[in-house]
Design a protein around this ligand. Structure first.
Ligand SMILES: *[C@@H]1O[C@H](CO)[C@@H](O)[C@H](O)[C@H]1NC(C)=O
Ligand SMILES: *[C@@H]1O[C@H](CO)[C@@H](O)[C@H](O)[C@H]1NC(C)=O
Ligand SMILES: *[C@@H]1O[C@H](CO)[C@@H](O)[C@H](O)[C@H]1NC(C)=O
Ligand SMILES: *[C@@H]1O[C@H](CO)[C@@H](O)[C@H](O)[C@H]1NC(C)=O
Ligand SMILES: *[C@@H]1O[C@H](CO)[C@@H](O)[C@H](O)[C@H]1NC(C)=O
Length: 491
């Protein structure tokens, strides 16, 4: 009923008012038809006021509200200085025509209008009005504990630039408000930076090395509308600060870099392990290779978790031999020291010594037989075989072990060396007195006693006859051999 009457009056008086519209002067407040916003839960004020013209008398004030798509209703009136409203908790009166709206809600959004009725000196009844559109949309931001904090976080890597960055976090926000707030950072040098990047409810300032030590502070961007929705006592209005020691940051960077390097390395090793496991599955000796590829040549095998390149002899006595020593000419010097004999030297396709460490890993990963192939200068061929061959580890100086000489036309020139440790020119483990080193005297490296029946790492010199040569006594006495090969095959 009330709203219908109000509309009729409004329409009727509008026509009359046209002739005297300059009767009053609006004094401040929002412009007619302005859009204003307000905070949810806050007070929306529409501070209209006016100045009357000479001789005018104020008759009444009336306020109306129209929600979008709804009818206009009268919400308050004022007569003779008395303010009337049906919703006392909601609406208040501001001097001298303004309206305040308490605890604003989104359903309070809509058009608010005021109509002022005046009587002029010539008895003209004049009504003038204003209208604003209020949007109750802004909501204040909120953090986890109602306070703002700056924290130094873990180091991250920028996906794009690949640079290391140490992020400072300003937050922690559980709600950025509406419209969302931003923050402003101040660095130790006084530089001011806006921050819009958000990560898990925090604004991030990325410090990249070298980092400037000192106080870093953040506060809500003053231009953020939602910031003014905070209560006067909210601690979010103050700035938060953190003192950053540049040494701490350097340490963080260093730790992160180390972590990444080691995780990359272990990933690489893991990948390699998988590839290797796949490639070398079941290939732990040349005997395994024989089934896959019957040709002789250099192959990779895996023994005791170690990958190594070896030469496979797939011809001699049905093949399957892993060769660990070969002499064919004088191009490689076999008068080498302990380290060289441990690690191996030479060329797998030519003259070489595979290495005592590898020989140990191979011969202790499964049971092996040993075969020694020998050629005299006139190319007459001889061989010797031994069962249960293995070589001890470095802490036992790679001592020579086997069960028995099992045959061969070259005869047994090794049993005399059984159990003996390996001797090189710089590591004397022979059975001779401490002052004499068989390796030095006989120009080789072997499981010397005092000193030998065989000396296959001796000087290669098939034309000469002297004691420092490549010798297998039971085959060619003190004469140097033309060709030697030492090889092993799983039993
Ligand atoms: C108020 O907002 C409406 C709709 O968004 C727009 O059409 C109108 O021009 C705005 N009025 C003013 C005075 O900015
Ligand atoms: C921060 O953002 C505000 C609003 O977008 C802008 O007025 C001000 O110039 C900016 N300040 C800096 C330091 O970028
Ligand atoms: C950092 O801020 C603290 C507390 O506001 C102050 O006591 C200190 O002097 C500041 N340090 C620097 C280097 O500005
Ligand atoms: C790779 O294999 C070796 C030998 O089996 C093992 O010791 C090592 O832990 C493996 N590494 C990774 C990263 O899987
Ligand atoms: C092999 O040697 C062991 C001792 O090392 C001996 O008992 C055994 O009889 C030998 N076997 C052959 C077939 O000669």
């Amino acid at each position: 009923m009330a709203s219908t009457r109000f509309r009729m009056i409004g329409v009727a008086l509008f026509v009359v008012a046209l002739s005297a519209v300059e009767a009053i002067q609006w004094d401040g407040g929002p412009a007619d038809k302005a859009n204003i916003t307000s905070c949810v839960g806050g007070i929306a004020s529409i501070p209209w006021s006016f100045v009357k013209g000479d001789g005018e008398t104020l008759l009444s004030l009336a306020w109306g509200f129209q929600a979008p798509g709804k009818e206009k209703t009268q919400i308050a009136t004022s007569n003779n200085g008395h303010f009337y409203t049906t919703e006392k908790k909601k609406f208040g009166f501001l001097t001298n025509a303004g309206l305040s709206l308490h605890d604003a809600r989104s359903q309070d959004s809509g058009d608010y209008s005021v109509q002022v009725q005046l009587l002029q000196t010539d008895s003209n009844l004049v009504t003038v009005g204003r209208m604003v559109t209020l949007s109750v949309t802004d909501t204040p931001p909120a953090t986890q504990d109602g306070d703002l904090h700056v924290t130094l976080s873990d180091v991250v890597r920028d996906d794009v630039t690949e640079d290391w960055i140490v992020p400072l976090y300003c937050g922690h926000f559980v709600d950025l408000g509406h419209p969302p707030v931003g923050v402003v950072w101040t660095t130790p040098s006084g530089e001011v930076r806006n921050s819009s990047y958000q990560d898990k409810g925090s604004f991030v300032l990325s410090l990249s090395s070298p980092v400037q030590g000192g106080n870093y502070s953040c506060h809500l961007s003053p231009s953020a509308p939602a910031a003014r929705c905070l209560t006067a006592t909210s601690t979010l209005k103050a700035a938060a600060q953190l003192y950053v020691h540049d040494n701490d940051v350097r340490l963080l960077l260093l730790e992160a870099q180390l972590q990444e390097t080691s995780s990359r390395q272990s990933k690489l090793i893991g990948d390699l392990n998988r590839t290797v496991d796949f490639m070398f599955q079941g290939l732990s000796s040349c005997k395994d290779w024989l089934a896959r590829d019957p040709r002789s040549g250099v192959r990779a095998i895996q023994a005791s978790g170690q990958i190594m390149a070896v030469y496979c002899d797939q011809v001699t006595d049905k093949g399957g031999w892993t060769v660990f020593q070969r002499r064919k000419d004088a191009s490689v010097d076999f008068y080498q020291g302990w380290t060289e004999y441990r690690n191996g030297f030479g060329d797998l396709e030519g003259n070489f010594w595979l290495g005592l460490d590898k020989l140990h890993s191979l011969t202790t990963s499964q049971r092996y037989e040993l075969r020694v192939d020998l050629y005299k200068v006139d190319w007459r061929k001889g061989y010797a075989t031994y069962s249960g061959f293995y070589v001890d580890d470095a802490s036992h100086n790679f001592a020579l072990h086997f069960d028995n000489f099992t045959g061969g036309n070259a005869g047994d020139s090794l049993s005399n060396h059984r159990g003996q440790q390996f001797t090189t020119k710089d590591r004397d483990h022979d059975a001779w007195d401490s002052g004499s080193n068989c390796a030095q005297i006989y120009h080789g490296a072997w499981w010397y006693t005092c000193c030998f029946n065989s000396n296959l790492n001796g000087e290669y010199n098939p034309k000469n006859q002297h004691h420092g040569l490549t010798i297998w006594h039971s085959f060619e006495g003190g004469n140097s051999l033309k060709f030697t090969e030492m090889k092993i095959r799983p039993i």
